[in-house]
Design a protein around this ligand. Structure first.
Ligand code: NAD
Length: 318
């Protein structure tokens, strides 16, 4: 089952976020039949646009957009993410400021660094890599970030603006889902969208993004009574649970667009998503791979947010 019989419309209308001269991405078909939403390829396109905008900013303002990345301790997974973000920033012409604090840092020390970065004119974006060590209140740290520099989009001010249909800096992974859909010309208006997972960083802002895109949204979580029934209704499915293969492919409605945010390592060392890929790809119209789906998109949207923040702070148009 694939796109022809799907309710998921491939739109010809350009969306406001996609530059008007950009043709839609051409999709490859998976073995199962669904079209592949290639996050790696779209992220490369987004990053090339970010690099152009960063170069124009540097020309006009005499400095490059700046991103400060704070890592506390040496969690191995966090170190990989942080390294990738710094490398991607450099390649996009964004100045990267590394702040590696020892694991034993107090909340007060972390807050003092955040305050200093809030007042540093070279810094347009501040990213605090999660998780923070036990004993540090992550909410207090995130709330201390100047909302104008909150390139993760986690500050209540930015989540609130998204909830009120006037988004400013938007959480990177959900924004990445929307951008991926736009780049393939997938129209979300009117579709029944189900988000599985309700965290502050993925599930909840994802629901707000889908609502903004005019989908009819259901959010599932550990309190959901009949998850299978909710998933089976979905014409757009976003999985953000954090459990390998948690959503069986047979639950996927024929013709659905599946966005798998989950990144899980199996006992034999492979990275897999929250959705059973092969079985889902035999039913879906569109599907993201893991890895190579929302992972690269998340980093690309972080860079895009950083350049947006630089222009917003400078009070000039991109
Ligand atoms: P989280 O643990 O904070 O939230 C998981 C959510 O899943 C919760 O809301 C919970 O209610 C729900 N859930 C758990 N078990 C459930 C069940 N049995 N039935 C229904 N709902 C259930 O996780 P998170 O931070 O939102 O991340 C989710 C996944 O996405 C993880 O695999 C994470 O690694 C991945 N992730 C990927 C990216 C990316 O760049 N692609 C970014 C962030 C998170």
């Amino acid at each position: 089952m694939n796109a022809q019989s799907s309710n998921v419309k491939v739109s010809n209308a350009q969306s406001s976020n996609v530059p008007s001269d950009a043709p839609y991405m051409k999709a490859q078909r998976t073995e199962g039949g669904a079209l592949l939403l290639d996050g790696k390829a779209v992220a490369a396109r987004v990053r090339a646009q970010v690099a152009q905008r960063a170069a124009s900013f540097a020309e006009r303002h005499g400095r490059r957009p700046g991103l400060a990345v704070i890592q506390v301790g040496e969690d191995p997974a966090s170190s990989v993410y942080v390294r990738n973000k710094r490398k991607a920033s450099f390649e996009a012409g964004i100045e990267s400021f590394a702040h590696d604090l020892p694991a034993a840092s107090s909340e007060g020390q972390i807050l003092a660094l955040v305050h200093a970065l809030n007042h540093d004119e070279r810094v347009d974006g501040i990213l605090v890599q999660l998780p923070l060590p036990k004993g540090v209140n992550a909410d207090r740290v995130m709330d201390a970030v100047d909302p104008a520099k909150d390139v993760d989009g986690f500050h209540p001010a930015n989540t609130g603006l998204l909830a009120q249909k006037r988004p400013r800096l938007r959480p990177c992974t959900p924004f990445g889902v929307i951008r991926l859909a736009q780049e393939y010309g997938i129209g979300l208006t009117g579709l029944r969208a189900t988000v599985v997972g309700a965290s502050n960083i993925v599930g909840r802002p994802m629901a707000l993004e889908l609502l903004l895109a005019r989908a009819t949204v259901t959010v599932c979580h550990t309190g959901t009574r009949d998850l299978r029934a909710e998933v089976e209704r979905a014409e757009v499915l976003v999985a953000a649970v954090g459990k390998a293969g948690f959503i069986p492919g047979e639950w996927v409605r024929p013709g659905t667009a599946v966005f798998d945010v989950g990144i899980n390592r199996t006992s034999d060392g492979r990275l897999v998503g929250d959705v059973e890929f092969a079985a889902a790809a035999a039913r879906a119209a569109w599907i993201t791979p893991v890895p190579g789906g929302l992972g690269p998109m998340t980093i690309a949207m972080l860079l895009s947010n950083t350049v947006d923040a630089a222009y917003l702070r400078a009070g000039t148009a991109a």
